[in-house]
Write a protein that binds this ligand. Structure first.
Ligand code: AKG
Ligand code: FE2
Length: 396
């Protein structure tokens, strides 16, 4: 396997044209420009408001994530928490708890909280929409090809493609709280993950920026897309979003206060407020919940360990820097060819990502000192799957 490097002189030839950001204000524009879909009214209004009040109440206990970046500790500019959906399978629950700790950048934490009743209710709506959207889309070879539904769940005859078994929750208070550009770690999600992101409360902008592969850097620039996410909207980051885009919630100069259309449920109001329950105070908070499917073939026990003895994290080769010697131009058949998603009309990049690596992440909690371990993921040798398509063994 070779690493595509550009010579310093070539690197200077990066296109100078800076593309101006595009605002994607409608679901149709989101589908046209990104591998995401947007639903502007996902939950029944009463449920959306009850979930907002519930999570806002919960968020008083959420924490800012802290981790080492090089030689200093950084702190997330918003508060976060992690929930797992309890199942009837105890081994599965233990696996989820182990995996959940790595939401906190490798920091050991208390076992995560279970989905609350309002989250379970919301999840039924979200799973239905995610499965419906996934059935319309081109599937990628490395997506999960198993059937996570139970006999009971699949009784309708339709295969369940995705289930939410964990949810990460974020609270952004005021206009300045934010999250920087990143792509979500795939350690437990596996390649070509689908993530459903629910917004409640104050509307904020969700920003997406494409990562241009190394061999296309001289011919085109990345575009930034801004998507306003109002209360009760769902953006689904479909398969390939984590491989080809980074996302963020940038700080804003101003925000609109959110006026909850329903009062908080009685169990959340202080006794002296219960008489005045016909109104709810305006809020400057946005609650975000990303519902995720932790794949059975990426369970915590199968995560490779680095030389520090800590679980690695899984990252995609977003820039297509690694190529097999035979993949010089990358135009061959297989997983690397030009494609148009027939279901959505969205053009997929010329060479889709098909390399991932496991890397040491111990440094995030260990004074920034990791062991530098990395290895290419070999799904066949690691016994992962089943996948949607056939997958070649990695030659590395
Ligand atoms: O708040 C959002 O919309 C994004 C949150 C996010 O990127 C994450 O939790 O990974
Ligand atoms: Fe994210």
């Amino acid at each position: 396997m070779t690493l595509l490097q550009h010579s310093p002189s070539k690197r200077a030839k990066k296109p100078t044209t800076r593309l101006s950001p595009l605002i994607l204000g409608t679901p149709a524009l989101v589908v046209q420009h990104t591998p995401c879909t947007l639903d502007l009214s996902i939950l029944p209004p009463e449920l959306a408001c009850r979930l907002f009040h519930t999570m806002l109440h919960e968020s008083r206990d959420w924490q800012r994530n802290k981790w080492w970046l090089f030689d200093r500790v950084v702190e997330s500019p918003h508060r976060t928490s992690f929930y797992t959906r309890r199942s009837s399978n105890q081994a599965e629950d233990e696996n989820m708890q182990q995996a959940a700790q790595y939401w906190y950048n490798g920091r050991r934490t208390e076992p995560p909280a279970a989905f609350l009743p309002a989250m379970e209710e919301a999840c039924m709506h979200i799973e239905r929409v995610v499965n419906r959207e996934m059935r319309k889309r081109k599937r990628f070879p490395l997506e999960w090809g198993g059937e996570p539904g139970t006999q009971e769940e699949t009784g309708s005859g339709e295969k369940i493609l995705w289930r939410a078994n964990v949810a990460a929750a974020n609270c952004y208070e005021g206009a300045k709280e934010s999250v920087g550009f990143h792509s979500d770690q795939l350690t437990y999600l596996g390649p070509y993950a689908t993530i459903a992101s629910l917004s409640l409360g104050t509307s904020r902008t969700f920003r997406l920026r494409e990562v241009v592969p190394t061999d296309e850097r001289e011919t085109r620039s990345a575009r930034t897309y801004d998507i306003p996410l109002p209360h009760n909207s769902l953006i689904i980051m479909h398969a390939s979003t984590q491989e080809t885009f980074k996302h963020s919630v940038p700080p804003q100069s101003v925000i609109d206060l959110f006026h909850p259309p329903f009062p908080p449920p009685p169990d959340l109001s202080a006794p002296d407020e219960r008489e005045q329950r016909s109104t709810a105070s305006p809020s400057n908070c946005r609650i975000n919940m990303t519902f995720r499917f932790y794949r059975p073939d990426f369970r915590a026990q199968t995560t490779p360990r680095c030389n520090c003895g800590a679980p690695c994290i899984l990252r995609p080769d977003m820039k297509n820097r690694y190529r097999e010697p035979s993949q010089t131009s990358g135009h061959g058949e297989g997983s690397n060819h030009v494609t148009l998603d027939q279901g959505t009309g969205h053009t997929l990049r010329k060479n889709m990502v098909d390399k991932y690596w496991w890397t040491c992440y111990a440094g995030a909690q260990n004074d920034g000192k990791g062991c530098g371990f990395w290895k290419v993921m070999d799904v066949v040798a690691e016994g992962r799957g089943p996948f949607v398509g056939s997958v070649p063994r990695s030659s590395s």
